[in-house]
Design a protein around this ligand. Structure first.
Ligand SMILES: [Zn+2]
Length: 83
């Protein structure tokens, strides 16, 4: 991970502005959705891209107990369960 040297204060409503130079560099548009990730003391922001918990694929996703699963993995699970 690389430090950008950019520091921003969170306002009294808990908001933070993504600096234009970062949005340009990362090609983040104004209508995009970002997802928060936490690892220890680190907070990461990534472009929101729903993916299967098991294979990382994004085709025909379904949600179960807050986790996403694709049709292919779901079929594999069903097959294992019955076989
Ligand atoms: Zn999958």
């Amino acid at each position: 991970m690389k430090a950008t040297g950019i520091v921003r204060r969170i306002d009294h409503l808990g908001r933070i502005v993504l600096p234009i130079e970062l949005r340009r560099k990362m090609e983040i548009g104004t209508e995009e959705t970002l997802e928060f990730f936490v690892e220890g003391e680190t907070l990461l922001l990534k472009r929101y891209a729903p993916a299967c918990t098991f294979c990382g694929g994004n085709k025909e996703l379904k949600e179960y107990n807050g986790k996403r699963i694709c049709a292919a993995c779901l079929n594999e699970l069903k097959t294992e369960e019955s076989g």
